[in-house]
Design a protein around this ligand. Structure first.
Ligand SMILES: [Zn+2]
Length: 78
C-alpha cells in the first residue's frame, strides 16, 4: 500500500500509520485487526464475532491514514 494518499474531505496529504490497542496497561500494544460480524465481549469467553471465538489469524490488519491538514482518519483492512 502506498505511503501517502489525498484526503477526500479537504485535499490535504494523508500519512500512513496504524492505530494501536493497549492490551495490558501501557507497555503492551497490538495493531488493530478487522473481523467480519458483530463484536460481543464477555469476561469468561473474551471477544467473539457473531457468537464465535475469534482467532488472530482470521483478522485483517488495519492500516490507517491521517490527514495532515484536517486530521481525518481513513482506515483499510487487508
Ligand atoms: Zn483532510
Amino acid at each position: 500500500m502506498e505511503q501517502t494518499k489525498t484526503c477526500r474531505d479537504c485535499g490535504g496529504r494523508m500519512t500512513k500509520g496504524f492505530v494501536a490497542d493497549a492490551n495490558y496497561g501501557t507497555t503492551a500494544f497490538s495493531q488493530e485487526r478487522w473481523f467480519r460480524g458483530t463484536a460481543l465481549y464477555s469476561w469468561y469467553k473474551g471477544l467473539q464475532a457473531d457468537g464465535k471465538k475469534i482467532k488472530l489469524a482470521d483478522g485483517l490488519e488495519v492500516v490507517t491514514f491521517r490527514c495532515d491538514r484536517c486530521h481525518l482518519l481513513q482506515s483499510f483492512a487487508s
